[in-house]
Design a protein around this ligand. Structure first.
Ligand code: ZN
Length: 292
């Protein structure tokens, strides 16, 4: 029997089996010898020991598609990152960093801007244009007017999606609309004044239906850049891909080199200036990073 680990607490793993429910499992010693620890998100084979009490053993972990470090989860298909169109204004630097990290893990990012009722169409277009060649899907939502939620729901179908976003953007409200049963706590008063607090306590995947799962993560406070070389960062900006190999120098990092096809594309408006600026920030930051 196959299922997906949705939660792990004190040596117990909770495995969701489609059409059946959640089975409480232990991982047998074989994993310790193989130096592999089951992770939330793992697809596993289980032996059902007691079908009335929903007890079982994990006997095999299927190969992982990817693995995130923090939160420690496996097999994420995509990420949904939520910002507000305004109040608070989106932090694009943070957003670009997030997209880069996810791209490194081969996880596609859906960028969701909430509170769309607060801005006009020009602002919506401006936000769309920033990410037009980024490889990200961009959606707009209003939890206040219950808009965009069906579109998000459709994007989640049959996938495991990690939800992320800073506080105060309405992430909990969106999660609640997608998954009313989970009763994710909304930050209450603190959410209203634009400084929501973290309410997510442990790593848990929620099953929406069938093979559709979501993982909610607390804010961005724990977000750190994975170990990547500064020379590597350029490969995780999809905007640069069409210009690969067109710069004068082999190994051009598109910063100070002359005859750089990427910089020319930025100047010509073919690559979004803000996204390029975010790239430069990330590059500088990685340059200063200590090597261990
Ligand atoms: Zn270049």
């Amino acid at each position: 029997m196959q299922g997906k680990i949705v939660k792990g607490i004190a040596g117990f793993y909770y495995v969701h089996v489609v059409g059946m429910g959640v089975v409480e499992c232990k991982a047998k010693g074989i994993f310790r010898n193989r130096k592999i620890k089951p992770l939330v998100g793992d697809n596993v084979e289980i032996d059902l020991l007691d079908k009335d009490k929903f007890l079982g053993n994990i006997v095999n972990i299927l190969p992982r598609k990817n693995e995130l470090i923090r939160p420690a989860v496996a097999n994420m298909d995509q990420a949904l990152v939520i910002f507000a169109v305004t109040r608070p204004n989106p932090n694009f630097s943070l957003l670009s960093r997030f997209i880069l990290m996810m791209n490194k893990q081969q996880v596609k990012t859906i960028v969701c801007f909430n509170k769309q009722e607060l801005v006009n169409d020009d602002k919506i277009k401006e936000l769309k244009d920033i990410f037009v060649n980024s490889g990200c899907v961009v959606v707009f939502a209003s939890t206040y007017e219950n808009e965009g939620i069906d579109e998000i729901r459709a994007l989640l179908e049959n996938k495991t999606t990690v939800f992320a976003g800073p506080s105060g953007v309405g992430k909990s409200s969106i999660t609640n609309l997608i998954l009313p049963k989970a009763n994710m706590e909304v930050g209450g008063l603190s959410e209203k004044i634009g400084r929501g607090k973290n309410t997510t306590r442990h790593t848990e995947i929620f099953n929406i239906s069938g093979n559709t799962y979501i993982l909610d993560t607390p804010g961005f406070s724990s977000l750190i850049l994975p170990n990547i070389d500064k020379e590597e960062a350029r490969f995780y900006f999809e905007e640069f891909t069409p210009y690969q190999g067109q710069c004068r120098f082999n190994g051009c990092v598109h910063v100070n080199e002359p005859d750089c096809a990427v910089k020319e594309a930025v100047a010509a408006g073919k690559i979004n200036k803000l996204r390029y600026r975010n790239y430069l920030e990330i590059y500088e930051e990685l340059k200063d990073q200590k090597k261990y």
